[in-house]
Each structure stands twice: as structure tokens, then as C-alpha cells.
Design a protein around this ligand. Structure first.
Ligand code: VG1
Ligand code: CO
Length: 542
């Protein structure tokens, strides 16, 4: 039976870089989730007769939210919802299921790399029929719907038992509970040379994978241990916990410190990797080496032909604007089209759908391809393992030869977290106002060549997205980008992206922070950042 509940708009239900993210306590307020879900339905023209995929990364409130969304889908007349067993699905697995079942869309419950738990963050994201995050026009329509909402509808019933696979009904709506891992694992087996990776493991090649107490644990166990024969001891933190063990499920050298330390230590395994809360990001390490995400993307692009799924070659490649130009260097040598998009996976969707790009990536450790429409952490790990198996070299050797061939793009991101929103906004506003006059000006050792407020004209649908970060290029082969994060839930986070190119053959093996010294100094001179934010140093350096 459908009940209609009167409500009023809740302010601030505006999707950011990747869905709506708020403190868990905010999402748990009566009606908060319901208002937003009803606004999704209203914003996309309803779900009457439609098929949806539903699941999340298992963080606190995932289980409650799944039950509410199922009842609201039934009330809205959805024909069928495919839900991961226990309400769980990694983001890449959800994207795959939408495509596999030709569903009309899907809902993913996650705040990704943000911490979870009652005191952490929660999030919800709508993906469209191509399996990708809703593009801007759709998120705008959903946001508009939140502003005029007067009621929501929900099916009156108790909770469904979604702990075992099988079909049930909620009123007239079918609910198919499925194994969250099986279809995804089968897709990986189609793309990669599992026999080669199995042989690599059998030869004594050791790996360590850190699931950070988040969703990838069960996926990594099935693929790396059961299908590829790695020992169980390969896995760290592989049991998903609602609060991710109290940590940030963010695969970077700060939050995956133990893994990094073990790869830098005396008995290091040959290869290390970690994934984030919802399984769409990755960190790649070799014995004694941390591979920056932008370099990882470039190496994957340069070696993709070694992987069966990409043996026919790449149509093109794409990166987010702040990501380093390491990818561009590969694209140039290989004669591939290369696109630079705003931050956020939703901007890759059109390029992938149109067959213009095969591989995409972001400096934030998201890498993926046209096999789905999300970034994919385990896919990136398997790309590396397949490449390592075929090349028979260590990660360090692969990096060294890559830099020899393409030059090295020293790269780092400095994050200033939870700064006063107004201070960060005015810093960017003041710099924006000076952009026109910057070319030709010198800041320490660097001379500004180009300065712009990045706007993206989508080559497929012609839509223009403005205000996507301030980009300053220097004549000396360096670049600085500043933008505000769109995924935080408290204050503002200023991201400062730093890059400097060394063409080689010399100067390829410096410490990145030292190599970037002139860019860091130019940023300080240009913006007065530390005084304006009241911060002597960044909170996170990746
Ligand atoms: C961050 C990253 C961005 C990524 C986004 C979602 O966004 O910088 O590259 O696409 O998170 O990733 P922002 O606006 O905070 O810089 V995830 O793994 O959180 O879904
Ligand atoms: Co994520």
C-alpha cells in the first residue's frame, strides 16, 4: 500500500562532484533521505515501469537506506530493482550491472573516500542507463526537484530480507537479490589474461592488497585469491566494516600508511595496491616505489596493448584537467586523441559512449576504461598485474623505462582541508580577477605563460561547463592548478595541484617535493596562501 507523506524542501541537497554527501547524522534525520530519493524520481521523470540497480559500500546507514529506497521505488511504480546481497555493491560493480541488465539507472550509496560511521559521512548518487554518474543536466534537474518538493511516497511494509540471493516482491515490484561479486569477477576474467597473472603468482611474485575495511574486500578475495591463486595473506583489512575500522578509506600514502611502509620496508612484496571506500579508486606501489596516479594512468595507456581486452588498441584517452600531462606525452608519441575534462567521472561518460576514449583517469587515483562507466580500482590493479606478467619486469623498472621514453612529469597534490570556506573562496576569487594580467609575470624561477579559469566544451554534446579550476602554466614546463573540492562535508577543502616536466634523460629520479619546489614557491608568491588560510603546510600531500 502506498502512503503519501507531506514534506517541505530541505536546503542544501545539491549534488557535488560525485553525488550528495553529508554527515551521516544529517542523512539519518527523518525525511532527509526520503526527500532526496523522491527528488531523484521527480528529476528523472519518474521510475514507473523502470528497472533499477541498488547497492552501496556498506557504510553505517547503508542497510537502512536500502530498505527505504526499495519501498520508495515500489511506491513510485518501478518494475524491478536488482540489489546486491546485503545491500552491498562496489561502484564499479553497480555500473557493470546497470549495463549488463540494460537497467534504466541505479542508485549507489557511498561517500567514497570520506570516513564512515555514525560520526562520519554518507552519500547517495544516481547513475544513468549507460552505467555512469548522472551528467550535469540530470543532477541539476534533481537539485531543482529538491527545491519544490511537497510530498514523497513510500510503500508501507516491513523490511525485506536481502541476505540471500533470489527473487521477492514488494507490492507489484520485483526485487532480485544477487551476488554482488560474481558478474563483476566474470567481466574481469573477460578483459584480462588470468592465466598469465596466475602464472606470475605461482612463480613467487608477491602482492599485498589493502581493502581498507571497505567494499573491495570480497571482490579482491574472489578475484585475487580464488580465481588467481594468491594466498589469503595477500589481503589486508578485507572484511567490510560500517565505520571502515575508524579510518579514511582513501588509498593514499597518508591513509594507507601501513601498506606503504611495508612496500618500502626490507621484506617488501613485489607489488602493493589499495582501494577506496566504494572500490572505484586505486593506489599502486612496487617494492620501494610509489606510483603517482597520473603516472599509473600513463603507464597503463602505454602498455594497454599487452592486455587482451585492449589488444586492438585504444581509440583515445582522457584525463581530468588537474591530472598531469604524463598521459598526453604517451598520447602524442602513439598518435592518440587526448582529452582534458573537468574533475569528476561524469565528464568522461560522453567520450566513452561515443567511442572517442577507451581509457580515462584522474590524479585522485581513479582509473578506468570503456568496460564500464565508472572508475575501477580492481581493474587498475589487474591492468598492472597483467602488464607486469607480460613484461617480466619490476614496477621500478617499468617506471624507469617509462620516464626514459616519455620524460617524467613530477606531480603532487596539496590539500588544505576544512579551511574557512570564505577564506578559500576569496583566495580563488582574487586570483581569478588577476588571471588576465598574469602572463609574462615572474614568480621566483617561473614565468607565467597562460592563465585561465578552466571551462570545458564537451566535444560530443557541445555543453559547456565553466569555473572548473584555475590553471596557470609556466614557460619552464611547469603548471599550477587550484580548485575547491566538491566532495567534502565540512568547511572547504582547497586542492593545489603541482606539476613540472623533466624531459630526461637526466633529472628523472629526484624527490618529487624537491623537484616541485619552484612551483610550490610560485604558488605561495602568487596567492599568499599560507597567510590567507592560516596554514603553514598542507594537511595531505599525495
Ligand atoms: C574528488 C576527486 C575527484 C573524484 C571525486 C570522486 O573530488 O578530486 O577526482 O572524481 O573525488 O571520487 P573533489 O571535488 O573532492 O576534488 V570518489 O572515489 O569520492 O567517488
Ligand atoms: Co570512490
Amino acid at each position: 500500500m502506498i502512503t503519501t507523506i507531506a514534506t517541505t524542501p530541505i536546503s542544501g541537497q545539491k549534488p557535488g562532484t560525485s553525488g550528495l554527501r553529508k554527515k551521516t547524522a544529517v542523512f539519518c534525520q527523518p525525511g532527509y533521505l526520503e526527500n532526496f530519493v523522491q527528488s531523484i524520481w521527480n528529476g528523472i521523470g519518474g521510475v514507473q515501469g523502470k528497472v533499477l540497480v541498488l547497492g552501496g559500500d556498506g557504510r553505517f546507514f547503508n542497510d537502512r537506506a536500502v530498505q527505504i529506497i526499495l519501498r520508495m521505488a515500489a511506491a513510485a511504480g518501478a518494475a524491478r530493482v536488482i540489489v546486491g546481497q546485503g545491500g552491498l555493491l562496489s561502484t564499479p560493480a553497480a555500473s557493470h550491472l546497470i549495463r549488463l541488465h540494460k537497467a534504466d539507472g541505479g542508485i549507489i550509496l557511498s561517500a567514497s573516500h570520506n570516513p564512515g560511521g555514525a560520526d562520519g559521512d554518507f552519500g547517495i548518487k544516481y547513475n544513468t542507463a549507460n552505467g555512469g554518474p548522472a551528467p550535469e543536466p540530470v543532477t541539476k534537474a534533481i537539485y531543482r526537484a529538491t527545491q519544490s518538493l511537497t510530498s514523497y511516497q513510500i510503500w508501507q511494509s516491513g523490511d525485506l530480507d536481502i541476505s540471500v540471493p533470489g527473487r521477492q516482491h514488494l507490492g507489484p515490484m520485483a526485487v532480485d537479490v544477487i551476488d554482488p561479486v560474481a558478474d563483476y569477477a566474470a567481466l574481469m576474467e573477460q578483459i584480462f589474461d588470468f592465466a598469465a597473472i596466475r602464472a606470475l603468482f605461482a612463480s613467487g611474485f608477491q602482492i599485498s592488497f589493502d581493502a581498507m575495511h571497505a567494499i573491495t574486500g570480497p571482490y579482491a578475495r574472489e578475484i585475487l585469491v580464488h580465481r588467481l591463486g594468491a594466498p589469503e595473506s595477500t589481503l589486508r583489512n578485507a572484511i567490510p566494516l560500517p565505520d571502515f575500522g575508524g579510518g579514511h578509506p582513501d588509498p593514499n600514502p597518508v591513509w594507507a600508511r601501513d601498506l606503504v611502509d611495508s612496500l618500502m620496508g626490507p621484506d617488501a612484496p613485489d607489488f602493493g595496491a589499495a582501494s577506496d571506500g566504494d572500490g572505484d579508486r586505486n593506489m599502486i606501489l612496487g617494492r620501494g616505489v610509489y606510483v603517482t596516479p597520473s603516472d599509473s594512468l600513463a603507464v597503463i595507456a602505454a602498455n594497454a596493448h599487452l592486455v587482451p581486452g585492449y589488444a586492438q588498441g585504444l581509440a583515445g584517452v582522457a584525463r581530468s584537467m588537474p591530472s598531469s600531462a604524463a598521459l598526453d606525452a604517451v598520447a602524442q608519441v602513439r598518435g592518440l586523441p587526448c582529452y582534458a575534462t573537468p574533475t569528476g567521472w561524469k565528464f568522461f561518460g560522453n567520450l566513452l559512449d561515443a567511442g572517442r576514449a577507451t581509457l580515462c583517469g584522474e590524479e585522485s587515483a581513479g582509473t578506468g576504461s570503456d568496460h564500464i562507466r565508472e572508475k575501477d580500482g580492481l581493474w587498475a590493479v589487474l591492468m598492472w598485474l597483467n602488464i607486469l606478467a607480460r613484461r617480466g619486469q619490476s614496477v621500478a623498472q617499468i617506471m624507469a623505462t617509462h620516464w626514459q621514453e616519455f620524460g617524467r612529469h613530477y606531480y603532487s597534490r596539496h590539500d588544505y582541508e576544512e579551511v574557512e570556506a570564505q577564506a578559500a573562496e576569496s583566495l580563488l576569487a582574487d586570483l581569478r580577477a588577476r588571471l588576465e594580467g598574469l602572463p609574462g609575470q615572474r614568480f621566483g624561477a617561473l614565468t607565467v605563460q597562460l592563465a585561465e579559469d578552466f571551462a570545458y566544451a564537451d566535444p560530443v554534446d557541445g555543453s559547456v561547463t565553466a569555473g572548473q579550476g584555475l590553471q596557470i602554466s609556466f614557460a619552464e614546463g611547469a603548471r599550477l592548478v587550484l580548485r575547491l573540492s566538491g566532495t567534502g562535508t565540512a568547511g572547504a577543502t582547497l586542492r593545489v595541484y603541482l606539476e613540472r616536466y623533466a624531459p630526461g634523460p637526466d633529472g628523472l629520479h629526484h624527490d618529487p617535493q624537491a623537484a616541485l619546489g619552484p612551483v610550490i614557491a610560485a604558488c605561495e608568491k602568487m596567492t599568499g596562501l599560507s597567510a590567507r588560510l592560516g596554514r603553514a603546510k598542507p594537511d595531505i600531500v599525495t
